[in-house]
Design a protein around this ligand. Structure first.
Ligand SMILES: [Fe+2]
Length: 262
């Protein structure tokens, strides 16, 4: 959800699902609070994890208020359990479309009869919700399950995609793990370029949640999106880390798994 949906679109194009293209953004993280209190944000918009700011009236709220006065802030909820088997009545209650994100995953349901992108496409068509296309999650799941990442991205209803996530996973051997702890690798930039070609251009967010670099370095990584859209791939291969494989990894759609079974 956008804090201020009337904020001018970054590219002057009409909004999708009522949501404009905000340009290039990053997640608001504690490590950057001192920097952001002293400097112009340098990015087009911020994402916050909504739950981190509920009933929070301390320093973090002051930082949020300063940032929100300068840039659009998008709220990303991770605790709604929207993917349950219960009827999905949340949009009716909120009277606005939700934007739902494709997950990264490490196992599949044996009885599944549709591809994930087919399920998301149907979901968007039937409910009118928007899609947050995390191209890193597509890459991670495609690697782990052996499906074609490009076919996944091409198969989605592109008119429903209102935002794209970028991040760097970790190569743990048999699996890629969605760690958000390193630069965006070359295959993810390639999917990003394809997704932006198919969508015509939507809001882009760089996720970096562990081994977080200083803010200028984060901004430099984000700006590589412009290089990628210019036709040059700015990425390197995925870095390997056996240490990361032993860690508990948080997934942005709200479930957790213990990685490192090899
Ligand atoms: Fe994401």
């Amino acid at each position: 959800m956008i804090r201020d949906p009337t904020h001018a679109a970054h590219d002057g194009r009409p909004p999708r699902r009522g949501l404009p293209n905000l340009g290039l953004g990053v997640g608001l993280r504690n490590q950057h609070f001192p920097h952001l209190m002293r400097h112009d944000p340098e990015v087009d918009w911020f994402e916050i994890i909504s739950e981190n700011f509920i009933d929070n009236f301390g320093y973090a709220r002051r930082v949020l208020e300063r940032v929100a006065a300068l840039r659009p802030v998008v709220m990303h909820g991770v605790s709604l359990s929207i993917g349950s088997t219960d009827p999905r009545r949340v949009q009716d209650f909120l009277e606005r479309p939700l934007v739902l994100e494709n997950p990264s995953s490490y196992l599949e349901f044996k009885d599944s009869t549709v591809e994930e992108w087919e399920f998301l496409s149907e979901l968007a068509r039937e409910t009118g919700c928007g899609l947050l296309l995390d191209v890193n999650n597509v890459y991670v799941s495609a690697y782990n399950h052996g499906f074609d990442a490009e076919r996944y991205v091409r198969g989605l209803p592109h008119e429903a995609v209102v935002q794209i996530h970028l991040a760097g996973p970790t190569d743990c051997g048999r699996y890629l793990v969605d760690t958000h702890d390193q630069p965006v690798p070359a295959p993810v930039w390639e999917l990003y370029r394809l997704a932006q070609e198919l969508t015509g251009g939507v809001s882009t967010l760089l996720e970096w949640d562990a081994n977080i670099p200083d803010f200028p370095e984060l901004v430099a990584e984000l700006r590589k999106a412009e290089t990628a859209l210019g036709g040059e791939n700015p990425g390197a291969p995925v870095r390997k880390s056996r240490a990361a494989a032993a860690a508990t990894v948080s997934n942005p759609v709200g479930f957790q798994l213990a990685a490192g079974d090899e």
